[in-house]
Ligand binder design. Structure first.
Ligand code: SF4
Length: 356
């Protein structure tokens, strides 16, 4: 699971299978979503026996589910923290038997299911922990423990009971998508290709703190929506919150984004968490409006969820409303994202896989 059609064709070539077998395997993996190789009944018995020697489906059910008062559900999955085979665009090789044997789950990651009237969104993780070290984020405090494979990412969708009801996926869980871009792009390819699930890219949003090389490649190779974590328009203040500002300053991120056309189907949004007394006054709103002037985008304000582990406080509701009004009056579409799953630590920045 998570392997693209081209990678499956590489596997078929190395095993001496006909090329069309790759398409048949895609159908079994992504359209019928079987959980054993033996269930791929239009493959010969010999082919299935050989596949069972060199591969596995990679489906594993969540080990825990916490349900919030508001219907949000947080799923915990165990994944291999290291050593699993990673399908990459550059590597068309199949996994070796030893690679498969190393697929031993040892770390916890979380995905959050968010039902909302006629929508149902799944927020997925792409790494175990995160390297980015944003000061307000519990995941960032865990440090980095490994990348997820495309299969580990897709498993978060495929193995929950609500899969059929999902309308949207956001890559806003644990980890920085541009720091594990091969796997994220492969997962998006499975979700949006006709040989995969065939979803519209409009149903998928990938977030980033603004890693320039990854963003450029993502924008060139993928049509899914992009969400950039901005959080502060003042460079020195942003640096104090987000170490990534040192390597990839916000002005360079915005300059890159201005090179792309945002008037079509693909949407650009900026995430802005409101921290009391830090970034929530009208002076910051004015700087933000100025920075985004003329860029087709929207700003999503997020209420900060206080935790013992982060040195920030939640903004007052009246402050948030004034900030939002200022942006909307100054030509920047601004919405306030509803807080969900706070009672089960499922809200933004609180995912930690700590039950693991
Ligand atoms: Fe990583 Fe996102 Fe947390 Fe920053 S906010 S540390 S990028 S998970």
């Amino acid at each position: 699971m998570g392997i693209t059609l081209v990678q499956l064709q590489g596997l078929c070539a190395s095993e001496g299978f006909p090329k069309f077998t790759a398409k048949q395997m895609c159908d079994w993996l992504y359209k019928k979503r079987v959980d054993t190789i033996d269930a791929m009944t239009n493959l010969s018995l010999a082919q299935r026996a050989r596949l069972n020697e060199v591969a596995c489906i990679g489906r594993h059910t969540p080990v825990n589910c916490q349900v919030s008062r508001d219907g949000t559900k947080k799923y915990l999955f165990m994944v291999p923290s290291e050593g699993t085979w990673r399908a990459t665009s550059a590597s068309k090789d199949a996994p070796s038997t030893a690679d498969v044997a190393r697929h031993v789950p040892t770390a916890g990651i979380e995905a959050v299911y968010i039902p909302d009237d006629d929508r149902a969104t799944l927020c997925v993780s792409c790494q175990v922990g995160c390297k980015m070290g944003c000061r307000f984020c519990v995941t960032g405090r865990q440090g980095f423990h490994g990348n997820l494979s495309a299969g580990d990412i897709l498993n978060q969708l495929f193995s929950i009971p609500e899969f059929e009801s999902l309308t949207n996926v956001v890559f806003m869980g644990m980890g920085e998508p541009m720091d594990n871009l091969d796997a994220v792009l492969d997962a998006c390819a499975v979700l949006t290709s006709d040989w995969g699930l065939g979803w519209s890219p409009k149903r998928i949003t990938v977030s980033t703190v603004g890693i320039l090389p990854g963003m450029k490649r993502f924008l060139d190779e993928c049509q899914c929506h992009l969400a950039v974590s901005l959080h502060n328009p003042v460079p020195q203040e942003r640096l104090a919150m987000m170490p990534v500002q040192k390597a990839f300053p916000l002005n360079q991120v915005l300059a890159l984004l201005r090179q792309y056309d945002w008037s079509g189907q693909r949407r650009l949004s900026f995430e802005y968490t409101m921290f009391r007394g830090e970034n929530d006054d009208l002076a910051h709103a004015a700087k933000l409006a100025e920075a985004l002037q003329g860029l087709e985008c929207r700003v999503n304000l997020i209420r900060f969820h206080e935790s013992d582990e982060a040195p920030y406080k939640t903004s007052m509701p009246s402050t948030i409303a004034a900030f939002q009004n200022y942006l909307n009056r100054h030509g920047v579409t601004c919405t306030l994202r509803a807080s969900r799953g706070q009672d089960i630590d499922a809200a933004c920045g609180l995912l930690a896989g700590k039950n693991a």
